[in-house]
Design a protein around this ligand. Structure first.
Ligand code: UFG
Length: 335
């Protein structure tokens, strides 16, 4: 008995890596993505359907047609800054469409669900490493919408018997080591791809957002996790649900903080390229330190990172960026 898995947002950065890991293990995969941010060429196999997860009729049809028995839900808007100026957009796309989607799924009989969640549910950390018992007080709308979805899942479990795993990602980075999929956002706001663009000469400089944080070198510490390690965690979560495990929430990080300066230096080392780095003011909403405890997922699901070193993460990112300097081809209409 094999699971047939519907992956929303499967054409996005993390979603495409999840789809690839599922395909390696011979799951039947249906990707549902509206391509508002995703790339058709990032989906390396399975069935691709262009559409919205909030389209209940479509979702019901897909579940029936492909006998879907589990879902990985990654489709969402995910820019922290934008979420503060466009809360309406985030509430509609992440929350309203998320609830429509969940409701269509339970009506169609799906009872196993993986939610792509985020470290942003915690807000300003009270201690680090952050474990799952840390209070959740999001300081941005994006994190707020993900936390609300987690809470709604809990109610749906009680009422409908839906079992779920919520994976709270820290900083996803890197690219699949085979080099055919990677990170391509428009606009790009993430540190590692921005530095890659600088290393490629596609950007004249990068700016460090704040050098007076209470950290060893004054710049923010983040917990970078390789996107393929993240993707494998979704497989383990699906297998746990399949085996009858109870619903759970897990952090996903490498339990180590790297400063912005450390990341810049590591990119210089790995790529052999030099580029201009300037120091600028804080970016609003950035906590000084975000480092995960991933003990729970290691103990409960036996998750282990394969690419835990920052250099591995940067090497795979560089392989993708240097071989795809223009990113993915632009989506063509009608594909
Ligand atoms: N940074 C810079 N210069 C830049 C871009 C980023 O110094 O040009 C710094 C940021 O201040 C931060 C670090 O690099 O300290 C990482 O920034 P990213 O934008 O790459 O990632 P974030 O930590 O802001 O955000 C990530 C995810 C979010 C998620 C969040 C959890 O992208 O979706 O982690 O807090 F919500």
């Amino acid at each position: 008995f094999m699971m047939n898995v519907l992956v929303t947002g499967g054409a996005g950065y993390i979603g495409s890596h999840v789809v690839k890991e599922l395909l390696k293990r011979d799951y039947l995969v249906v990707t549902l993505d509206n391509l508002s941010k995703g790339h058709r060429d990032a989906v390396t196999g399975g069935v691709f359907v262009q559409g919205d997860c909030g389209d209940s009729v479509l979702v019901g049809e897909l579940v029936k047609q492909y006998r879907i028995n589990a879902v990985v839900h990654l489709a969402a808007d995910s820019l922290v800054g934008e979420s503060m100026t466009r809360p309406d957009k985030y509430c509609r796309n992440n929350l309203s469409n998320g609830v429509e989607f969940l409701t269509a799924l339970v009506q169609a009989g799906v009872r196993q669900f993986i939610l792509s969640s985020t470290a942003a549910v915690y807000g300003e950390p009270e201690y680090t490493p952050i474990d799952e018992a840390h209070t959740t007080r999001p300081i941005n709308v994006y994190g707020g919408t993900k936390l609300m979805l987690e809470q709604i899942l809990n109610w749906y479990e009680q009422a409908f018997g839906l079992r779920y795993v919520a994976l709270r990602y820290f900083n996803a980075a890197g690219a699949d080591p085979e080099g055919n999929i990677g990170e391509d956002h428009d606009p790009e706001t993430h540190l590692i791809p921005l530095i890659m663009q600088a290393a490629l000469g596609k950007r004249d400089k990068i700016t460090i957002y704040g050098t007076d944080y209470p950290t060893p070198d004054g710049t923010c510490l983040r917990d970078y996790i390789h996107v393929s390690d993240l993707a494998v965690a979704h497989i383990l979560a699906l297998q746990a649900l399949e085996a009858g495990a109870a619903s759970a929430v897990y952090n996903l990080g490498n339990e180590r903080g790297h400063s912005v300066r450390e990341v810049v230096d590591a990119v210089r080392r790995v790529t052999g390229q030099d580029f201009t780095v300037e120091e600028g003011p804080h970016r609003e909403g950035d906590p000084a330190v975000l480092v995960a405890s991933s003990r729970k997922i290691k103990e409960c699901l036996n998750w282990q990172p394969r690419y835990g070193e920052l250099e591995d993460i940067i090497r795979t990112a560089w392989a993708w960026h240097s071989s795809h300097p223009g990113g993915y081809p632009k989506n063509k209409p009608g594909r």
